[in-house]
Design a protein around this ligand. Structure first.
Ligand code: C2O
Ligand code: CU
Length: 478
């Protein structure tokens, strides 16, 4: 009797299947993001060439890094978050999230040096919420990142934020829990520190393909505040926004809350507002002017009567050479740490899902570098994007100054930024002083990209957090 051997072809097929599936299974398994993960246990430490040991903040918990606890606040704001239907003037009603029944939420205004106290209450947002003060270098415990600096605030719960508005400028706030959904659907608002009598705020937001300015659709009008307006443009969307002025020349007077030194007059050019970023323009308003907001029906007219209608000027203001230099206040040549934030993309699994996923220095979330610094470090960082798409990079708790782009040195006003538009194939070198201890997100502000893992942290040696991603509060910062 002869034993029937499996045909050779079948054997080859079985072996081939194992050869293909085993590593696939391995990579699938390895890509699963744990349901309960400490941000401190993510990836690997990158010391940027500096010492690995911490001399400072040994054992400081983020909960200790609060704003002033006992002082009487100068600005008191109560915000109640709800999931509900609300009206977009000029367009109709939509489903989303509100703060005190409006989206954007109430505009918060503070004077320079004011202690701001915001009590956030969650009425019925099932996933929980937080508030992050985008561009404001608050103490770490006030930063509002679920799973890193606090737990998500569940329905019926509240949380109090306290921070000193130490830097005048244009900022905004938004949820940092399930932010890729909550921000898009309305959980955001404007914060202006040290407003001027010439202010015109223009916060641009897209609700379900409907682009709005200050929550309203179509041609919107405001009165001229005087012969000159300071237009505070805020891009709360996921992609870059070109803005320009029809009817008058203008100056770019601030970027991400920092004044430009020696701004010069611009005409026939647009300026790009990075996703998450802010640009302040100074615009003469003796005659009505129109602020173009990326093209399309939503524009902002300042003043009475007809304003000219233009199209987006092709030429752009280049902040690398705009304005005039002035001292930075520190010397980037004396850097004590240098990091690389290389953004790529590759085929693989992310949390068990196959696809094309972002990488940081060749690693995928959560196996990404943690950039470790000590207080007082002068830090250089090279952000290199080879991923095929643009990424608006946002570091919490700090402002960075641009040193160069693609090897071309910055020659204009110091370009201080917290939201930097890094195009595909671009390389920026930036620098900053590590002067705000904590654990700080450093992520792409195209929030769906962040949800797909384009997130890492700047960590001060010795600072720890007891908060976890996932866990019982189901913290999901992105
Ligand atoms: Cu505007 Cu990490 O946020
Ligand atoms: Cu991105």
């Amino acid at each position: 009797m002869t034993l029937r051997r499996p045909p050779r072809r079948a054997l080859i097929a079985i072996v081939a299947t194992i050869v293909v599936l085993a590593p696939l299974g391995f990579f699938w398994q390895r890509s699963l993001v744990p349901n309960d993960l400490s941000p401190m246990a993510m990836g690997y430490a990158d010391y940027g060439g500096g010492p690995a040991t911490a001399h400072d903040h040994h054992g400081t918990d983020v909960r200790q890094l609060t704003g002033p606890v006992d002082h009487k606040p100068d600005v008191v704001v109560d915000l109640v978050a709800r999931q509900e239907r609300f009206d977009i003037p000029g367009r109709g009603s939509t489903d989303g999230y509100t703060l005190n029944h409006t989206s954007p939420g109430p505009r918060i205004v503070a004077k320079h040096g004011d202690l701001v106290q915001v009590t956030l209450r969650n009425e019925n947002v099932a996933d929980g919420i937080t508030l992050h003060w985008h561009g404001v270098d608050v103490p770490n415990a006030e930063d509002g990142v679920a799973g890193v600096t606090q737990d998500a605030v569940g329905p019926g719960q509240s949380f109090v934020y306290r921070f000193v508005a130490k830097d005048a400028g244009t900022y905004w706030y938004h949820s940092h829990q399930v932010s890729h959904e909550q921000v898009r659907k309305g959980l955001y608002g404007v914060l202006v520190v040290q407003p001027t009598p010439t202010d015109v705020v223009a916060a641009v937001h897209t609700y379900d393909k409907v682009r709005t300015v200050n929550g309203e659709y179509g041609e919107r009008r405001v009165q001229a505040p005087g012969p000159i307006a300071r237009v505070r443009l805020i891009n709360t969307d996921n992609g870059p926004l070109a803005v320009w002025v029809d009817g008058a020349p203008y100056k770019v007077v601030a970027v991400d809350g920092t004044d430009v030194n020696g701004p010069t007059e611009v005409s026939g050019k647009s300026v790009l507002v990075t996703a998450g970023g802010r640009i302040d323009l100074e615009v003469p308003t003796a005659k009505a002017v129109r602020i173009g907001l990326g093209g399309g029906p939503t524009t902002l007219v300042i003043g009475e009567g007809d304003a000219p209608t233009g199209t987006e000027p092709r030429e752009r203001v280049d902040l690398l050479s705009y304005g005039s230099p002035r001292p930075l206040g520190f010397d980037p040549a004396q850097a004590t740490r240098s990091f690389r934030y290389g953004i790529g993309r590759r085929i693989g699994f992310f949390d068990g899902k196959p696809g094309l996923w972002w990488t940081i220095n060749g690693h995928q979330f959560p196996d990404v570098p943690m950039f470790v610094v000590s207080e007082g470090d002068v830090v250089r960082m090279t952000i290199a994007n080879t991923s095929g798409q643009v990424h608006p990079m946002h570091l919490h708790g700090h402002h960075v100054v641009v040193l160069s782009r693609d090897g071309v040195r910055a020659t204009g006003s110091p370009w201080w930024t917290d939201s930097l538009n890094v195009e595909d194939k671009e390389t920026y070198e930036v620098a900053f002083v590590a002067d705000n201890p904590g654990i700080w997100m450093d992520h792409c502000h195209n929030l769906p990209h962040a949800a797909q893992g384009l997130v890492t942290h700047l960590m001060y040696a010795g600072v720890t957090t007891g908060y976890h991603l996932g866990g019982a509060p189901d913290n999901q910062p992105e």
